[in-house]
Design a protein around this ligand. Structure first.
Ligand SMILES: [Zn+2]
Length: 62
């Protein structure tokens, strides 16, 4: 069975445990790390969490 090494955390994952969008772009990143990176990005643009979600910020903030 093929496993892939996450470029962020270095753990090995099966394909279905990786972020499919990033995988299509040729990046190996597990879903845990993707979520973590998204949260970090959100904290960066919205440190006080004025918006419900990153999508909310994209639509109403920014
Ligand atoms: Zn990872």
């Amino acid at each position: 069975m093929n496993v892939y090494k996450c470029e962020e955390c270095g753990e090995k994952f099966k394909k279905e445990q990786l972020d499919p969008e990033l995988f299509n772009e040729g990046e190996i990143c597990c879903k845990n790390c993707t979520e973590f990176l998204l949260e970090s990005g959100r904290d960066f643009v919205d440190p006080d969490h004025n918006y419900d979600s990153f999508e909310d910020w994209e639509e109403n903030g920014g």
